[in-house]
Write a protein that binds this ligand. Structure first.
Ligand code: NDP
Ligand code: 2IT
Length: 444
């Protein structure tokens, strides 16, 4: 297999899908050498089967707003691979959603889920519906209309969706309610559910907490204490909030948050009290992060990202390609020692190159943010057994999963000079397990 040729072919067959090409390229470059040690893979043309989704659903979603106007959006579900378990992955509601973005996310999800060691395949879905400025009733009608189309293609042993950008507890509740009505069953089809109807404790916290657990493991390899370290966090949604919560608990100092309009810089640090304000601002009032700056009298920079601020650690937690090569240069020049990705693919290939050249600790999303889907996997287990574990139990399992992912990255990603290439480690470990499972199941 020649990574370059495979990519060229995919670009020809699926043009205008830059995010999908970007995600595939990163994995292919990491695994090329190991893959080529297995002639049986090449003989079975395995690589194409792992890059191209098994199935894609796309459908029109029609809903009525509060004024009685009718709207149409596109809905999608990409079932990328179910070689190691039922399809599993979130739904994203954001105006930018298109096939390229969902194909990249479903591809990444497959190898991320493999890394967790839990039996989950990879999927992703969503819609170009823009939840901003919509009432709860409008969001509900949209979610119900979306589920009217998707429900036949998902199920507890088939495909289990969850949240992502624009989909939190409220939306999962609406999706699940409609699914349950149409399917006439109460099962664990959906994770991230409310605690009163089968949700798992620690699922809301899991991605942010898990990212900080992963960061701790990276810091441990260099005997660095997290206490007192200033952290740049981007985003201000689910992942950003619980990243901050864990950082504060461990004595680190988050100094930035952002949304699609700009970022705040609070040199005093975001405290527990200020974080409670952010949670309310975002979950209840659905406000803008600029209001934080007005409330606490700190700096707000419109239409910008926080990467030029001075700090010790960066935890991008908003969206894909939010750190470009120039941002990465600023991050390195400012002496940042570690970048741990809460978001999926937040760094461009140029940015990754800058981090790795500078040999700073750098963890890609598919390893560092795997805590979210891991606890989703634990939610599935609890649902099938009709039991629920305590917060401590789930948190302990989450910690040990993140430590195990870190160990695997070190095992497969350590280079001759001792530098751990976490991208390579995560890609090889995640990929090989799926590859072996696909091979064993024949050509299907
Ligand atoms: P939320 O919707 O809760 O929050 C998203 C945050 O990112 C918001 O602050 C949002 O700002 C900002 N954002 C979204 N899109 C853009 C954009 N195009 N430009 C600038 N800012 C943007 O989503 P999550 O916190 O759940 O997701 C954040 C990231 O983490 C995503 O990459 C997601 O794929 C990834 N992830 C999420 C997991 C989960 O369990 N939720 C698990 C693993 C990864 P605004 O409000 O202005 O839109
Ligand atoms: O990107 C991700 O891993 C998620 N959005 C979570 C997926 C899940 O099924 O919990």
């Amino acid at each position: 297999m020649k990574a370059e040729l495979v990519l060229e072919d995919l670009k020809r067959r699926f043009p205008n899908e830059p995010e999908y090409h970007q995600a595939v390229q990163e994995v292919l470059e990491s695994i090329e050498e190991v893959y080529n040690q297995h002639p049986e893979f090449e003989k079975a043309n395995l690589i194409e089967r792992l890059c191209i989704p098994e199935r894609i659903f796309s459908f029109r979603v029609t809903w009525v707003d509060d004024k009685g106007n009718t709207h149409t959006n596109m809905g999608y579900r990409i079932q990328h691979c179910n070689a190691i378990g039922p399809y599993k992955g979130g739904l994203r509601l954001h105006a930018s959603v298109n096939l390229s973005i969902l194909k990249f996310l479903a591809f990444e999800q497959t190898f991320k889920n493999s890394l967790t060691t839990l039996p989950m395949g990879g999927a992703k879905g969503g819609s170009d519906f823009n939840p901003k400025g919509k009432s709860s009733a409008e969001v509900m009608r949209f979610c119900q209309a979306f589920m009217l189309e998707l429900w036949r293609n998902i199920g507890p042993d088939t495909d289990v969706p969850a949240g992502d950008i624009g989909v939190g507890g409220r939306e999962v509740g609406y999706f699940f309610g409609m699914y349950k009505k149409l399917a006439r069953e109460f099962t664990g089809t959906f994770t991230g559910k409310g605690l009163t109807f089968g949700g798992s404790l620690i699922r809301p916290e899991a991605t942010g907490y898990g990212n900080v657990y992963f960061l701790l493991e990276m810091l441990k390899t260099q005997n660095i204490d997290i206490k007192g370290k200033k952290c740049l966090v981007s985003g201000s949604g689910n992942v950003a909030q619980y990243t901050c919560e864990k950082l504060i608990e461990l004595g680190a100092i988050p100094v930035t948050l952002s949304d699609s309009n700009g970022y705040i810089y609070d040199p005093e640090g975001i405290t527990t009290e200020k974080l409670e304000y952010v949670k309310e601002l975002k979950e209840l009032y659905r406000g803008r992060i600029s209001e934080y700056a007005e409330t606490y009298g700190c700096k707000y920079v419109a239409n910008a990202r926080p990467w030029g601020e001075k700090a010790d650690i960066a935890l991008p937690s908003a969206t894909q390609n939010e750190i470009n090569g120039e941002d990465a240069k600023k991050i390195v020049a400012n002496g940042i020692i570690a970048v741990s990705e809460g978001a999926n693919m937040p760094s461009t290939p140029e940015a990754i190159e800058v981090f790795q050249q500078a040999k700073i600790l750098y963890a890609p999303g598919k390893a560092a943010n795997a805590g979210g889907v891991s606890v989703s996997g634990l939610e599935m287990t609890q649902n099938s057994e009709r039991i629920s574990w305590s917060a401590e139990e789930v948190d302990e399992k989450l910690k040990s999963i993140m430590q195990n992912i870190h160990e695997n990255c070190v095992k497969y990603g350590t280079e001759k000079d001792g530098y751990v290439n976490y991208v390579k480690g995560a890609n090889i470990a995640g990929f090989m397990k799926v590859a072996k499972a696909v091979m064993a199941q024949g050509i299907v």
